[in-house]
Design a binder for this molecule. Sequence first.
Ligand code: V47
Ligand code: SF4
Length: 359
Amino acid sequence: MTTFETISAKIRAAQRITSDEALFLFRSNDLLGIGELAALANERKNGTNVYFNVNRHINPTNVCVNRCAFCAFSRTAGEDGAYTLALDEICRRALEAEKEGATEVHIVGGLHPDLAFEYYEEALRAIRHSAPKLHIKAFTAVEIEYFSRISGLTIEQVFDRLMGAGLGSMPGGGAEILVEEVREKICPEKISGARWLEIIRLAHLAGLKTNATMLYGHVETVDDRVSHMEMLRVLQDETNGFQAFIPLAFQAENSDLKLDIKGTSGLDDLKTLAIARIFLDNFDHIKAYWIMLGEKIAQVSLAFGVNDLDGTVVEEKIGHDAGAQTPQALTKDGIIRLIRKAGKVPVERDTLYHPIRSY
Ligand code: V47
Ligand code: SF4
């Protein structure tokens, strides 16, 4: 019979827990017990180091043909508030980021009905030319699939072309919840969960590291969360191409998902991060994305198995269009202070987790 003690014994012995055991933890109210086990699992991998990076987000366009029900960022072409950045402007922001000490640009956007694949390729080339030291982490599996559709290229050819233009790695967006019944409710136009996994698999085979996200706190059940993580764990066993797992707390304002509950609870946030750390034993990094969680929960999560606080971000649109109350940017000093006050060692990293400097 599964009990907290049998699960605890497994984790202390560094053994993998099953999906049923992860579900048991989700249904348990012993938040501190779960947190202690997650902290132990994290300490084995990362000691007291907590990573962050100095980065800038750029969202080239919010025009998107998918219009997922949870997304308050996207617009239909011609709608009020729709925008598309000129290549010059993308470059200007990247250059500014580099001058301010960023080591990474994070680029994701909507699926624009009229932009050609070459626009994205040119954007990468232009950034590499004007800010050659920046690592370009760009495009979700959803965008990659769209590029293949609009260009007639295979997924492998899309990767080839984008890597030739400067693509260095991929963020983890578009995963949402990989279970089909949930996708039908929250993002029916988006590629399937199976296709998301397949494109990420091809990215890993092409030599690109990626992250994986999970959008939680909407219509999904805890079973769906565990199924989602199980699919990621299986792929990671095969490719070892994931760097970080990032649970994204749903921001409920301005979205078309009409829910009774407006957003996640702090307790659910911490439990989800902690169980992710325990269950995803083949992921080195569990990232608390402070933009969606708030700085305080992100800080507390460092005692619940989290070892990465993402970056300075500078201009965040996806969460803020959906009502996130956090600032759009944290300074490097702000992140360092937050980590130090949690009793951990702040380590600035590059995108591929090479340490740049400890504080
Ligand atoms: O895929 C959209 C999510 C994602 C909402 O890999 C929302 O380092 C909450 O993937 N409430 C894009 N979330 C952002 C993303 C990301 C962010 C930071 C770091 C990394 C990384 C990746 O944002 C989308 C979607 O899941 N999202 N709308 C919303 N209302
Ligand atoms: Fe488009 Fe991504 Fe928003 Fe869905 S989540 S509507 S794919 S920008």
